[in-house]
Design a binder for this molecule. Structure first.
Ligand code: FAD
Length: 465
């Protein structure tokens, strides 16, 4: 690396936003430098999406094993988890993906530069004393776990998802603070694996209090309660106190004041942007009062010409696939093309709990509030043959459509909702009519029939729905 290096684009941050910008830009013939201060893959590969879903899958295997007899599979004796082995498997998956990504970066001739990057007021990127100059710069520095006063992260006791995704041991008793996506996923995983789990959430409902169709959150809440999660909603948690046998956590709400003892507290109250110590103010890159880099989402351009920002460091959705999409928008804008803007109201959302929750587009209340005359149909998985075969019938598909008009939103809670959403996402974004999707043939027996049946029923005629 020389101080005079010249690139089309210098990308700062090698997580999903940054590596997607580098790979997509390189595939369009741009000369790219990618600066990463830690490990490529960022939060998602190293301590987010991938390890979290690997742990959730272990929980699914465990849950299925506990019910093996229901399927006629008789096991003699008890079984347990070996969390060191679980962690080794997770690390194996992460390492393979990081290795594959590193190879791809090399193959596309992206120059990978290791070190902490800062923007200078001239618009160059400074890494360990060397200056990288690009026609454009993309900032993709991501986010880090937030905490609450009194809950400073500390060894195995007060932890963030960074710890829980990669730990080789399990607590016996855990309190998860925050019932959002990350908190709910961990509560689901811990519960299934046999950890005594208490979920504490400040908002009413307790589980996924913002975001999905309330019926989806209620289904998940019921399922978690049924499997043994203790949920306290609408509570305010006091700072933890150490005891000889664990951590005492007090909380108030709903007219009660409760104290519980746990071995570990997982704080999952959201993530904050990593925009500090990057020279943004001097470089003229505007940051919001919450620390997010201010962008025009039509192009992902910041307030400084030639500098773009994507992913968790901008105030959009905090999802890896949105970081990918924003990276493509930024590269297209740099190439002088007219990128198709992301329709943030219709993006795909997935929560990988058990049951899974997935949705795209308007909720019923959201569509009504936006002034639509809506029609709604719901189809439960209870009557679906494939759901019975896999022994997983809890949940439903709910479709919200404009009366005599297109599909506005699809909401799924149930088995493999994450995978089922793809078809519905396309339908919502193509603004398809229910009768168009209902006319498509869904294989039998399949979980996807529940989607087809819901669409068909919206035409006024139906098979099983
Ligand atoms: C437990 C958990 C589970 C998740 N599950 C999902 C999921 O299932 N699906 C989903 O879509 N999303 C999920 N997410 C969110 C997802 O991980 C993020 O949205 C995604 O990683 C954002 O990508 P990014 O590139 O913006 O930032 P990051 O992935 O955070 O990457 C930023 C990178 O920039 C580097 N960096 C920062 N500052 C500098 C600097 N100054 N110089 C050089 N390098 C720097 C960092 O080291 C890091 O590698 C999850 C997150 C967590 C924590």
């Amino acid at each position: 690396m020389s101080g005079e290096d010249d690139y089309d684009v210098v990308v700062v941050g090698g997580g999903p936003g940054g590596y997607a910008a580098a790979l997509y830009g390189a595939s369009a013939g741009l000369r790219i430098a990618l600066v990463e201060g830690g490990t490529v893959g960022g939060t998602c590969l190293n301590r987010g999406c991938i390890p979290a879903k690997a742990l959730l899958h272990t929980a699914e295997v465990y849950r299925t094993a506990t019910r093996a007899a229901d399927f006629g599979v008789i096991t003699d004796g008890t079984f347990t988890t070996d969390w060191a082995r679980v962690a080794k498997r997770t690390t194996g998956i992460v390492d393979k993906l990081v290795g594959g990504l590193t190879g791809l970066i090399k193959k596309r001739k992206v120059e990978l530069v290791t070190g902490h990057a800062r923007l200078t007021d001239s618009g160059a990127v400074l890494v360990d004393g060397a200056q990288l100059r690009g026609r454009a710069v993309i900032l993709a520095t991501g986010s880090a776990p937030r905490t609450i006063p009194g809950f400073e992260f500390e060894d195995e006791r007060i932890v963030s998802s960074d710890h829980s995704t990669r730990s080789s041991s399990l607590p016996d008793r855990v309190a998860v603070i925050g019932g959002g996506v990350i908190g709910s996923e961990f509560a689901s995983m811990f519960t299934d694996i046999g950890v005594q789990t208490t979920l504490l959430e400040a908002l009413p409902g307790g589980v996924l209090p913002t975001g999905p169709e309330p019926e989806l959150a209620q289904t998940l809440r019921r399922a978690l309660l049924g499997r043994g999660t203790t949920i306290h909603a609408g509570v305010k948690v006091n700072p933890p106190e150490k005891s000889s046998s664990g951590i005492v956590l007090g909380f108030q709400g709903n007219g009660e004041s409760v104290k519980i003892e746990v071995d570990q507290v997982l704080v999952a109250v959201g993530r904050g942007p990593r925009s500090e110590d990057m020279g943004l103010a001097d470089a003229g890159v505007r940051v919001t009062d919450k620390g997010f880099i201010d962008v025009d989402t039509a192009t992902m351009a910041t307030s400084r010409p030639g500098v773009y920002a994507v992913g968790d460091v901008v105030d959009t959705c905090g999802l890896a696939h949105i970081a990918y999409a924003e990276a493509i928008v930024a590269i297209k804008a740099i190439l002088g093309e007219r990128p198709l803007p992301i329709d943030y109201a219709r993006i795909p959302w997935v929560v990988y709990t058990h049951p899974e929750v997935a949705w795209a587009g308007y909720t019923e209340a959201g569509a009504k509030a936006a002034g639509y005359d809506v029609v709604v149909h719901k189809h439960k998985f209870a009557g679906n043959g494939r759901a019975m075969i896999i022994g997983d019938t809890d949940g439903m598909v709910k479709v919200v459509a404009q009366r005599d008009g297109p599909i506005l939103g699809v909401h799924i809670v149930g088995p493999w909702a994450s995978e089922l959403l793809a078809e519905s996402y396309l339908a919502v974004n193509w603004q398809a009519l229910p009768e168009e999707v209902g006319a498509f043939i869904h294989p039998h027996p399949s979980l996807s029939e529940a989607v087809g049946e819901t669409m068909l029923a919206l035409t006024g005629r139906s098979l099983h729905g």
